[in-house]
Ligand binder design. Structure first.
Ligand code: F6P
Length: 366
């Protein structure tokens, strides 16, 4: 009798529209092969760590039609990185420990022929360490931030952009009716992709991104110009990681167990800065937050994520491990996990995208 092969899928880090489409893509492709069984670990590697373990068989019933759903059927977490696993201490502090050796031991005992880790930069750094310790692993990139340099695009980004643009359109009508200056804050961490694309798609007057620190006086000037002939209005998109040329960004402290500083609230800071700099316009702020990551993926992300899933399983069949799938120059390729985690993809100040946005009259406050 032929040996049964087993592949384990997991989703780590923040959720992102398209995760379920990847899971279904892998499962559907695997079902076309004889003797392959597909499993999922619940809540990233917690499913492997936990006693009893939480590993579920991904039958066709479990994965049918999930590509249109947001979130992840496997659940996720960004608070259990095996490289820096948070251990709450008696005094209320949190100590971070390396649990990768324990994880490798547990994964080897489970006898999976392959592991597919769907996640962003942090998750792929974990994939790299596990691969170096002997785990046959393939990475699949995900993030709404689109900040991974190894792939031209990540799934989730188009959905976030569509949600941000739809929201922006709604704010424009209020800006116009009330002659207001509306500030909309979007996600993206240290990358301005969501903000910049939303500004172009929505027709913003001002777009502030982390890659181009702004001068508040230049923004006030731009706003004043819009109100010069009387009833003007202004729409501003600001990325959560945007910063002024002088000073710092708004950042709330990290949560217990989280390695990351939580961003959010820079729209309010900008509003105050504008008033302090003499801006007379009536200003309102909207922090879009997690709605950008929620709900059903747009068609583009469903396609991209599904093809990533199929490609990931093809790599498993080829026994090509220690790589991450990527989409480059209209082609689905694989890159080493080293390359996958080396650089971030930030908006370039002198890129055509930025120059074109300026050509459309968008001010970056630079
Ligand atoms: O990386 C995706 C992202 O949505 C960022 O844009 C944002 O800063 C962060 O995750 C929010 O993380 P959390 O869901 O932990 O608040």
């Amino acid at each position: 009798m032929e040996k049964t092969h087993k592949v384990l899928i997991l989703t780590g880090g923040g959720d992102c529209p398209g995760l379920n489409a990847v899971i279904r893509g892998i499962a559907k492709r695997a079902r076309k092969e004889k003797n392959w069984e597909v499993y999922g670990s619940i809540e990233a590697f917690n499913g492997v760590f936990n006693e009893p373990q939480e590993i579920v068989r991904l039958t066709s019933r479990r994965t049918a039609g999930i590509h249109i759903k947001g979130g992840t059927i496997l659940k996720t977490t960004n608070k259990s990185n095996p490289l820096k696993f948070p251990l709450p201490q008696a005094d209320g502090t949190v100590k971070f420990i390396d649990r990768t050796d324990e994880l490798v031991k547990k994964l080897k005992a489970l006898k999976f022929d392959a592991v597919i880790n769907i996640g962003g930069d942090g998750s792929q750094k974990i994939s790299k360490v596990l691969f170096d310790k002997g785990i046959p692993i393939v990475g699949v990139p995900k993030t709404i931030d689109n900040d991974l340099s190894a792939t031209d695009v990540t799934f989730g980004f188009q959905t976030a952009l569509q949600i941000a643009t739809d929201s922006f359109d709604k704010l424009v009508t209020t800006a116009e009716s009330h002659h207001r200056t509306m500030i909309m804050e979007v996600m993206g961490r240290d990358a301005g992709w969501i903000a910049l694309h939303t500004a172009i798609a929505g027709g913003a007057e001002v777009c502030l991104i982390p890659e181009i620190p702004y001068d508040i006086n230049k923004i006030v000037k731009r706003i004043n110009l819009r109100y010069k002939k009387g009833r003007g209005f202004v729409n501003i998109v600001i990325a959560e990681g945007a910063k002024p040329k002088e000073g710092t960004i708004t950042a709330s402290a990290g949560e217990k167990g989280s390695e990351h500083v939580r961003l959010g609230g820079v729209a309010y800071q900008l509003s105050k800065q504008l008033k302090d700099a003499g801006c007379k316009a009536e200003i309102r702020e909207t922090v879009l937050g997690h709605v950008q990551r929620g709900g059903s993926p747009v068609a583009y992300d469903r396609v991209l994520a599904s093809l990533f899933g199929v490609k990931a399983f093809d790599l498993v069949l080829q026994k090509k491990f220690g790589v991450m799938v990527a989409f480059r120059n209209n082609d689905f390729i694989d890159v080493t996990l080293d390359e996958a985690t080396r650089d971030y993809n930030f908006v370039k100040k002198d890129s055509y995208l930025v120059r074109a946005a300026k050509g459309l009259g968008i001010s970056f406050g630079d």
